[in-house]
Design a protein around this ligand. Structure first.
Ligand code: GTP
Ligand code: MG
Length: 293
């Protein structure tokens, strides 16, 4: 797993590596401002980059790497996975195309491999093909599914799915939702309604409300996170498409700005390309202790 993370985060790592190696070897005053630029470009956020640079100004060059790694790791809040009485409900939200449905498939596979009984709820009744897409994944990852008609009320599909999960004695219910409606306002209202309806069934569900963000959009992901968090009180973030981007620093930006734990990261399109987020592993993969390696 860690080897895979290392491979997939190559682009972000290369970016940091070039900057850090450059700056540690130079003594001219421009080196540090160049470093700041690279940190900002990696999408870790202007504030984080500035704070880090301030720290570096009073740090010996040979200690740069240690200081950078330590300060970044400190940004992450630790996520505790609480035990829940089955069926545990995960609601996935996010704008269109970020990877919600794929993440559900990947997570479904993780859980079925752990011996859990998984059921999916196809609450995207909006986008053409969404029902069929989730149905194909359900078969592939060995999960049960509750499908619906296009145009149906997603909240009532979620309601039915929870009841099905209880009746069929499932351990985990993963709820897929639409990414685009006529307006952003409609999307938020629809997500809030799903949550309200579930909470009427049982006040402590969904146990997880996870926002899926596409890492390649960089700082835009941060504004999405703020908006969704205000509307839905998120419990975590899934950051997808970290493979193929040098913008891996967005993880740090989000963790710092919102204090919401990053729960999983997506590093590819296949079923196994989802990893539970571990701040230490992540920092090791983007800013390793030994840069020359
Ligand atoms: N490279 C890469 N591609 C991903 C990852 N996760 C999802 N994708 C791809 O992103 C595209 C969109 O994924 P979906 O899961 O359909 O996204 P969605 O959020 O459900 O989209 P809507 O239902 O239209 O809102 C697909 O082509 C996926 O294969 C990832 O971690 N890495
Ligand atoms: Mg989808």
């Amino acid at each position: 797993m860690i080897k895979k993370l290392w491979e997939k985060l190559k682009k972000t790592r290369e970016k940091f590596k070039n900057a850090i190696l450059r700056i540690t070897k130079r003594t001219d005053p421009d080196a540090i401002s160049e470093m700041e630029e690279v940190l900002i470009e990696s999408d870790m956020g202007v504030k984080t980059a500035e704070n880090l640079i301030e720290k570096l100004k009073s740090t010996r060059r040979e200690d740069y790497l240690t200081v950078i790694r330590k300060s970044l790791i400190e940004k992450f809040s630790v996520s505790q996975t609480e035990e829940c009485l089955p069926p545990c409900v995960y609601l996935f939200v996010g704008v269109n195309g970020v990877g919600k449905t794929t993440t559900i498939a990947k997570l479904g596979k993780r859980f079925t491999k752990m011996g859990k009984k998984v059921i999916l709820a196809a609450c995207d009744t909006y986008r053409a093909g969404a029902q069929e897409q989730l149905n194909i994944w359900a078969k592939r990852v060995n999960a049960d599914i509750v499908l619906s008609q296009y145009g149906a009320d997603p909240a009532s599909v979620a309601y039915d799915a929870y009841n099905a999960a209880v009746n069929r004695k499932k351990d985990i219910l993963l709820i897929d939702t639409a990414g685009r409606l006529h307006t952003k306002h409609n999307l938020m209202e629809e997500m809030k309604k799903i949550k309200r309806v579930l909470q009427k069934l049982k006040p402590d569900i969904p146990q997880e409300t996870l926002l899926v963000i596409d890492a390649t959009v960089g700082q835009n992901g941060l504004s999405q996170a703020v908006e969704f968090h205000n509307a839905l009180t998120l419990t975590g973030i899934v950051l997808t498409k970290l493979d193929g981007t040098a913008k891996g620093g967005i993880v740090i930006s989000i963790a710092e700005a919102l204090g919401i734990p990053i729960k999983f990261i997506g590093i590819g399109e296949r079923e196994d390309d989802l990893i539970p987020f571990d701040p230490y592993e992540f920092i090791d993969a983007i800013i390793p202790e030994k840069m020359e390696v």
